[in-house]
Ligand binder design. Structure first.
Ligand code: C2O
Ligand code: CU
Ligand code: CU
Length: 484
């Protein structure tokens, strides 16, 4: 069953006329300066971010160096798009980590603004987790350590600077961090060239190809152009057989509903934090901001010369066409999809020592009014934890997306650092089948109540929970929690 669709932008503007009237934001005037990219749809090939080579390895650890610096993307043909990238690249280079081997990354900030690096989905010690006030100033470096003790998963690293995460990620500061483990590798899933990371992000640019960032009065920057690995609606030449797609919605504020134009199913094999117990065929998958899903797409029965589109059913216009697969050659494919993938999640409400409540809500503030977003009515306070769970304990966190007088009813995708959780229920019902694996981010439509079960790992210290609509996060929908 598809989930009810969210408020579209238009409906949202409609329900929030009280604010809109004063604020007079013109979302579409800010889109693309009338530059349609439809003419170049599917023209360029999908780039695959390079896999970063360690500068050094020893028996326990791989060491990497990354310089955050300005670089160039290419949103429009014939124009350069200034970006901020890890090693100047948008997306940043991919880090390929092995479970049980530590990764140490030294980041040097050669950008004009302070930055912070967070490994999204990582079970990371607090001083390496990228707390938003642990800023790395221009010219400075900081070393982040990742223990990689968790199961295989598609993680990503991105900026987390206080008040400016939205802008910094929008400018390009995001990359994949793929964690492998022998249990995953032994499954025989598609690998090598058939293992493809897709970072999907919406962007807005002007007629010179430059990125245009706006918080839209803290409603969220949902660009009009859909990019995959930094290129608007690319194509990829594929062979017959199976592909493993690791899909990340890295947009600032745009959820997606992904499907294949052929009507073939997406075989879901993993959620945010790792493999599902068994493969799950889905006709479409909803992916909120920062959520990941891994799917197997099978081009075996497909005729040479066929073209299969990955589409976003939540988007109209150009952004509907995410990318195209062109089946151009026949090839032997030795991959398989075993019936049993990962372990069955074994955490239930009965294991929990307590339930905590968190209410996500918004309202207008300031003049001209902009949306201000809070958790339990509180602004973000770096100096005060909102909760202090004990290491080793299991807790239930009940999250409510509170809609106030129909105003500022928006989707919130809530992310909790450090832990992996199970969604016990949403509005009293089981979540979507493809949401029943380990997760670190969960989508809440207006009015939704979800209950999450999680066990706090051994790391103790300061962590975060926040909305991954990055403009909501920057407008205070973020809270510190401490594991004690
Ligand atoms: Cu993806 Cu706190 O972040
Ligand atoms: Cu995170
Ligand atoms: Cu939000």
């Amino acid at each position: 069953m598809p989930r009810p669709t969210l408020l579209s932008r238009r409906e949202f503007v409609h329900v929030s006329t009280a604010i809109a009237a004063a604020a007079a934001f013109d979302r579409h005037g800010l889109s693309t300066d009338g530059v349609a990219h439809g003419g170049v749809r599917f023209e360029r090939a999908l780039p695959i971010p390079e896999i970063l080579t360690p500068v050094r390895r020893d028996t326990t650890t791989d060491y990497y160096d990354i310089v955050q610096r300005p670089g160039n993307g290419a949103l429009l043909p014939g124009f350069r798009t200034p970006v901020w990238g890890y090693n100047g690249r948008w997306p940043g280079p991919t880090i390929r980590a092995q479970r049980g081997r530590r990764v140490v990354v030294r980041h040097t900030n050669a950008l004009p603004v302070p930055t912070v690096v967070h490994l999204h989905g990582g079970v990371t010690p607090p001083d390496s987790d990228g707390f938003p006030t642990d800023l790395v100033m221009p010219g400075d470096s900081r070393t982040y350590t990742y223990p990689n003790t968790q199961p295989a998963a598609t993680l990503w690293y991105h900026d987390h600077a206080m008040d400016h995460t939205g802008r910094n990620i929008y400018m390009g500061l995001a990359g994949f961090y793929l964690l492998d483990d022998p249990a995953d590798t032994a499954l025989g899933l598609p690998r090598g060239e058939r293992d493809v990371p897709l970072l999907i992000q919406r962007r807005t640019c002007d007629s010179s190809g430059a990125l245009r960032y706006s918080t839209h009065r803290q409603l969220g920057e949902d660009g009009a152009i859909v990019t995959v690995n930094g290129v608007p609606s690319p194509h990829k030449d594929v062979a017959t057989g199976r592909y493993r797609l690791r899909i990340l919605n890295g947009s600032n504020a745009t959820p997606m509903q992904l499907a294949l134009s052929s009507g073939a199913s997406l075989m879901v094999i993993a959620t945010d934090a790792g493999l599902l117990p068994a493969p799950l065929p889905c006709s479409s998958v909803r992916l909120g901001m920062a959520e990941r899903v891994e799917v197997i797409v099978d081009f075996s029965g497909v005729e040479l010369g066929s073209r299969v589109m990955l589409v976003d059913d939540a988007a109209r216009g150009d952004a509907h066409w995410v990318m195209r697969f062109d089946v151009t050659r026949a090839e032997r494919d030795a991959s398989r999809i075993p019936e049993h993938l990962g372990e069955t999640p074994d955490l239930g409400a009965a294991d929990a020592s307590l339930t905590r409540d968190f209410v996500f809500a918004g309202g207008p503030r300031g003049f001209p009014p902009a949306a201000h977003w809070t958790i339990n009515g509180l602004d973000f306070d770096a100096g005060r934890p909102i909760a202090t769970p004990r290491s080793g304990d299991v807790e239930i966190w009940r999250l409510t997306n509170h809609k106030r007088f129909g105003i500022l009813g928006m989707l919130h995708t809530v992310h909790i650092h450090l832990v992996q959780f199970l969604i016990l229920d949403r509005n009293g019902q089981l979540p979507e089948p493809y949401e029943r694996g380990w997760k670190d981010t969960v989508a809440l439509d207006p009015g939704d109540v979800v209950r999450l079960a999680m066990r706090f790992p051994r790391q103790r210290g300061r962590y975060l929970m926040h909305c991954h609509n990055l403009e909501h996060e920057d407008a205070s929908m973020m809270a510190r929690y401490d594991v004690v």
